[in-house]
Design a protein around this ligand. Structure first.
Ligand code: SF4
Length: 362
């Protein structure tokens, strides 16, 4: 098939690991349907027809952030219009509102790197939330936030993670990986965790028994080789720890960002091939997420046939990416998610933040 690509197809069909060169070659292939079919073959063999989703609520405690990443439309300086920082009472009220849904089961907490908050404040938030809503599964804080907590508290990453775990944290969010390249990070986000720091947080968390997610923000200034290198770094750490649960490919959304003045939005074509190639390269990841907020709902549904087996969740109210012009809704109803999955002949499964199935919707 397609001359130079036959070897890749043979490897995939025989379950052989693809090399970095194979990954780069896949990005040069214009036969999108073939890449998608290969990725879907792997998905079906590995995960069957179940598609995971969460009934969940996103909680962003503050958008004040010291980092000023050029690709971000959410973080802002302390005193500018629209900057906010929640009190514990406000955070609890957001969750109470979400809990009107009787199936609400998970919280996803990510926030800016507040210029003045101490680490203790984040721990207190977590403790109170856990005490008030003991049945909610708590996933939160990216490798970037955890590195920040370590720096502002003077504690080791390990001690920070132990404290968060003791306060009720059950899994770590996958954001902040961006592109795991010092060249890219120095240009776009020099103030936050380096590639090695992000990976080290994941390594330490996994060794403590805390699972995490992984992500890639693509479609800005990175090269194709850097995209593939990023996937190789994640694959290598997964070989070592096995602690990554799902991989999320985030296309860069340019609206309201500094970088958006120079870079335009990715195409659906690029989004689908990147997701499918991620499934093929990340042969030791069980789950690949089609994040409907960034992809849009129709593309996320299509992505479920390009290697994805996870469609994130209901979210309750998404803010971070809508600040960057996401055109998707800010939340979905559980019935809508179930329909998206059923319409393509797959089986929806509501799960917790560690991919334990809570309800299988037959
Ligand atoms: S991406 Fe995260 S760390 Fe960077 S500016 Fe936005 S909120 Fe802050």
């Amino acid at each position: 098939m397609f001359g130079t690509f036959t070897d890749i197809e043979r490897k995939v069909l025989h379950g052989e690991r693809l090399t970095k060169e194979d990954g780069i070659k896949l990005f040069s292939c214009n036969e999108l349907s073939w890449i998608g079919a290969l990725a879907d073959y792997v998905r079906k063999k590995k995960c069957g027809d179940i598609v995971y989703y969460n009934v969940n609520c996103h909680l962003n405690l503050t958008n004040m952030c010291v980092s000023q990443c050029k690709f971000c439309a959410f973080g802002r300086d302390e005193n500018v219009k629209g900057a906010y920082a929640m009190t514990i009472k406000q955070a609890v009220n957001v969750i109470k509102d979400a809990m009107k849904d009787p199936n609400m089961s998970g919280l996803h907490i990510v926030s800016g790197l507040h210029p003045k908050w101490h680490f203790k404040r984040y721990v207190d938030f977590l403790k109170i939330i856990h005490k008030t809503f003991p049945n909610l599964y708590l996933k939160g804080f990216t490798g970037v936030e955890i590195t920040h907590f370590s720096k502002i508290s003077g504690k080791s990453v390990k001690d920070v993670l132990i404290e968060l775990k003791d306060a009720g944290l059950q899994a770590i969010a996958g954001g902040g990986a961006e592109i795991l390249s010092d060249r890219v990070r120095n240009l776009l986000c020099p103030k936050k965790a380096t590639a090695d720091e992000w990976l080290e947080v994941a390594r330490i968390a996994h060794n403590l028994g805390i699972k995490s997610n992984a992500s890639m923000l693509y479609g800005h200034i990175e090269t194709i080789e850097e995209r593939v290198d990023h996937l190789m770094k994640l694959r290598s750490l997964q070989d070592e720890t096995g602690g990554f649960q799902t991989f999320i490919s985030f296309p860069f959304l340019p609206k309201n960002t500094v970088l958006g003045k120079e870079v335009s939005q990715t195409s659906m074509w690029d989004d689908l091939r990147t997701l499918a190639i991620s499934r093929l390269m990340l042969d030791n990841f069980n789950n690949i997420k089609a994040y409907w907020v960034m992809l849009t709902v129709p593309v996320a549904q299509l992505a479920l046939s390009f290697g994805a087996n996870d469609i994130d969740g209901t979210i309750h109210k998404e803010t971070i990416l809508h600040d960057a012009g996401a055109s998707s809704p800010t939340s979905l109803k559980e019935d809508e998610i179930i329909k998206i999955i059923r319409d393509i002949g797959r089986t929806p499964a509501a799960c917790d933040c560690n991919f334990n199935i809570l309800r299988l919707i037959n």
